[in-house]
Design a protein around this ligand. Structure first.
Ligand SMILES: Nc1nc2c(ncn2[C@@H]2O[C@H](COP(=O)(O)OP(=O)(O)OP(=O)(O)O)[C@@H](O)[C@H]2O)c(=O)[nH]1
Ligand SMILES: [Mg+2]
Length: 606
């Protein structure tokens, strides 16, 4: 399906032209019939041979209904711009054109209509002139009469050609459906209509609205027929159930749950002739089918920070319109960063403007990683940035992505911190990754572990500058075999028989433990160094507190291993044992674990 919105000056013949194209009248309200003008958004559809099903959103042209016009046009990818041959260029034609230009709409057909009333040549020349410097430049201009039908076949052809050239939206995209109407239907409940831009909605799906509980799609219609699933682009009517469904209205966004970042602060690029500092501070933002108040703070000539009156699900590249309701001036904004850091210090705004000047205007992994520093893959997904995109200069370490230059800088800082620690405390065994992460302002210890490489070593859970001791030649081979065994299943500690078979007696195990090649968590229970940290990551994902048996299952291991491992983690203060024998991960009240600065770092001789 395709979706097109009409635009154009009041009374220029938009609704009449749609009736001629589709056979149905988009003006469905009694008041619209009585007054002979559109007041609300209207909907109708037809089938074009080349383009297939085409749904139209008819907007009112009257100057009082600009917001309604924008709600109709906002989410729609293409427009039919209607100009009367007998009344060429009028204020709302100009206002609508400016809005389309600001929103970056490029897919358009211009219909110069009512050709039975006047020769269209002058109107056609005029409209070509007007669109020349806008995103509509090059759009076909087709003369037509809704009254006589002359030109309708050519108009259908032009619309088909324009639609078939549009890029196909992704059926797998996350849903963000901007509701343009919400109403109650006797017996069914709340129905919401909107233009689905991309993605697929199925009956039974759950959708999120704001921070409320999820809503369920009980039924769905498109083009007047009930559907089990609909892919964007499409006009859809959803019958929704769930708590809070009555809060839905024009401008509400229905979302794929947990895939969007809701934000009230957003950095944008402006497209307007004035400099940002000459714009009013209080403006109205029109985005999707919604509008809301916002406060604008200029960053430089062309970028600004917006504070929205309420949070919205936004991603880099989103287009919106800012309007000054007083002067009616409107200009375009492009979302660059929906999750900007606060501007706290002097010079922050200038630095921010410089970063934004390099933003490509679409979700971009290099920009995110280069600007934010180490960032979690799940956060990037919320921004619509593909964390798996192959990008030069971006390194993946576990779930964290960072730039190659951050890798170098962070490693150098770890070396500095570890060197300073060793200088202050000659008997130190090194710093835990958690402590280093805190020191470096990183939120993940795993990232520190991943950054460790010579001259840094991770030995017995601590980062040091000393390499693990040399392995006696006779133990090299058994150690290599053990490493292989444990690589397959890190918590399947070798049995005593297996250790014996490899020639590793208690003395050899002790030697490999104290030289940092093995981690002995209990009598005869050895793992690879670092296994304890990986275990903590898995245990932290369990519902807290967890039982020994849940820990055993999470680590796919046996009681023989899990009991000493948990005891070891308790001893390290990484887990905490509760009176009922369950445990929690993390610092509990009174725990002294991870007190890494100062004397606690000195570990008693083994
Ligand atoms: N003669 C003639 N009259 C037309 C034609 N198209 C529209 N009209 C007339 O123009 C007037 C306005 O038409 P509408 O279709 O309501 O205009 P509109 O653009 O939808 O107006 P708004 O929705 O209020 O902005 C009506 O009286 C129509 O009958 C046409 O091709 N020829
Ligand atoms: Mg109309």
């Amino acid at each position: 399906m395709h979706v097109i919105a009409t635009v154009g000056h009041v009374d220029h013949g938009k609704s009449t032209l749609l009736q001629a194209l589709t056979g149905s009248d988009p003006d469905r309200l009694d008041e619209e019939q009585r007054r002979g003008m559109s007041i609300e958004l209207g909907y109708c559809w037809t089938h074009l041979r080349e383009a297939g099903d085409v749904a139209f959103v008819d907007v009112p042209g009257h100057e009082r209904f600009v917001s309604t016009m924008l709600a109709g046009v906002g989410p729609v990818p293409a427009v039919l711009f209607v100009v009367a041959a007998d009344d060429p260029w009028m204020p709302q034609a100009a206002e609508h054109l400016a809005a389309l230009d600001a929103l970056g709409v490029g897919a358009a057909v211009v219909a110069v209509t009512r050709t039975d009333l006047a020769d269209p040549a002058q109107a056609m020349a005029c409209v070509r002139q007007q669109i020349r410097a806008t995103t509509l430049r090059g759009a076909p201009v087709v003369p037509v009469s809704a009254r006589t039908g002359e030109g309708l076949p050519q108009l259908r052809q032009a619309v088909s050609t324009m639609l078939t050239q549009l890029p196909a939206p992704s059926p797998a995209a996350d849903i963000r459906l901007w509701a343009d109407r919400a109403f109650r239907v006797e017996g069914a409940g709340v129905v919401v209509t909107g233009t689905l831009q991309e993605g697929t909605i199925r009956v039974g799906d759950e959708l999120q609205h704001g921070s409320g509980p999820r809503l369920r799609v009980r039924g769905m219609e498109a083009l007047g027929r009930s559907r089990e699933q609909v892919c964007g682009v499409a006009r859809v009517a959803l019958n929704l159930t769930g708590k809070g469904v009555d809060q839905l209205g024009r401008g509400s966004a229905l979302l794929t749950p947990e895939r969007w970042l809701s934000t009230s602060t957003v950095d944008v690029r402006l497209s307007c002739p004035q400099e940002a500092r000459d714009l009013p501070e209080q403006l109205t933002l029109h985005i999707g089918a919604g509008r809301l108040g916002c406060h604008l703070r200029p960053l430089d000539k062309t970028t600004a920070r917006l504070r929205l009156d309420h949070p919205l699900p936004l991603r880099p590249g989103d287009r919106a319109l800012l309007r000054d309701p007083g002067s009616r001036a409107a200009f375009g904004v492009q979302v660059l960063d929906p999750a900007p850091a606060p501007l706290a210090r002097r010079g922050d705004a200038v630095r921010r403007a410089d970063q934004l000047s390099r933003h490509p205007g679409i979700p971009d992994l290099s920009w995110e990683v280069g600007t934010r520093g180490p960032v979690d893959a799940s956060f990037l997904t919320l921004l619509g940035v593909d964390p798996h995109a192959r990008t030069a200069g971006v390194v993946r370490m576990g779930s964290t992505l960072l730039s190659t230059s951050d890798v170098v800088t962070l490693r150098a800082r770890i070396v500095d911190v570890v060197t300073e620690d060793a200088r202050r405390l000659p008997l130190t065994l090194g710093l835990t990754p958690t402590a280093l992460a805190r020191e470096l302002g990183l939120d993940r210890a795993e990232l520190v572990e991943a950054l460790v490489e010579p001259p840094l070593y991770l030995t017995r859970g601590r980062v040091t500058l000393r390499s693990p001791g040399r392995v006696p030649p006779s133990l090299e081979r058994p150690l290599a075999v053990l490493r292989q065994d444990l690589a397959k299943n890190p918590y399947a500690a070798p049995s005593l028989d297996r250790l014996r078979e490899l020639g590793l007696d208690a003395r050899a195990v002790a030697a490999l433990h104290s030289s940092g090649h093995l981690l002995r968590v209990g009598d005869g229970v050895v793992l690879l160094p670092g296994a304890e940290h990986a275990a903590v990551t898995l245990l932290a994902e369990l519902p807290q507190p967890f039982t020994t048996s849940e820990a055993r299952q999470a680590l796919s291991t046996s009681r023989r291993v899990v009991l000493p491992l948990l005891a070891y983690l308790d001893h390290q203060g990484i887990t905490r044992r509760l009176p009922d024998d369950r445990r929690t991960v993390g610092l509990g009240p009174g725990s002294t674990a991870d007190g890494v600065r100062g004397g606690e770092e000195l570990i008693a001789p083994a």
